[in-house]
Design a protein around this ligand. Sequence first.
Ligand code: 5RP
Length: 226
Amino acid sequence: MDEKQAVALEAAKLVQSGMVLGLGTGSTTSHFVREIGRKVRDEGLKVACVSSSFSCSVLAKEQGILLIPVDQVSRLDLYVDGADEVAPDKALIKGRGGAMVSEKLLAQACDRFIVIVDQGKLVDKLGSNFPVPVEVIPSAWLVVQKVLRALGGTPTLRQAVKKDGPVVTDHGNLILDTVFPTGVDWDTLDFAINAIPGVLDHGLFLAFRKKTQVLVGAPDGVRPFP
Ligand code: 5RP
């Protein structure tokens, strides 16, 4: 069993019948979704799940998991998701999968946020390995790109792989992957990016540090972080 699967299975032990459960997006969380599906089928687990993305919904449906639309929910008991970077204070960068808008909504709505990562995701300083993905309405991308540069960032329009042109998100928008110097004041930047007209949201997860619990899969087992 690899580290991503091990940490996902550990998180699945926290799920109980009767919960409203948020399902994250990505390769680590896909192990979690499969395990929840197994528990539903084999152990009679009864949970109402909310998906964070189209790809998560497809997997959840394949697994026979009951999904409720996100617009029908204002509170989750538990939300389990991965991350691209985890700083020592539990600030996160998310959104490699392009799902950060719905992911942040679920992080806001949940009572308890469990972040499951392998140890390669732990960083001393945010921005060490990943850009901050900024979701913009299509008509705004050039204006937002200019403002992000003025804020000290280096934005790149995320390109699709099996399609010409840019990635289009589940919400019909574009993504500017923006590299910032690691020494930047992230809390100031969080507000500054959200204040740009045309920005829907971005992948800095700073507001949830208190309710975030991080589980790390490592070669010697799963441990809490820090
Ligand atoms: C998707 C995300 C993912 O949670 C993040 O990219 C981690 O993915 P993986 O588990 O595949 O490394 O934020 O938008």
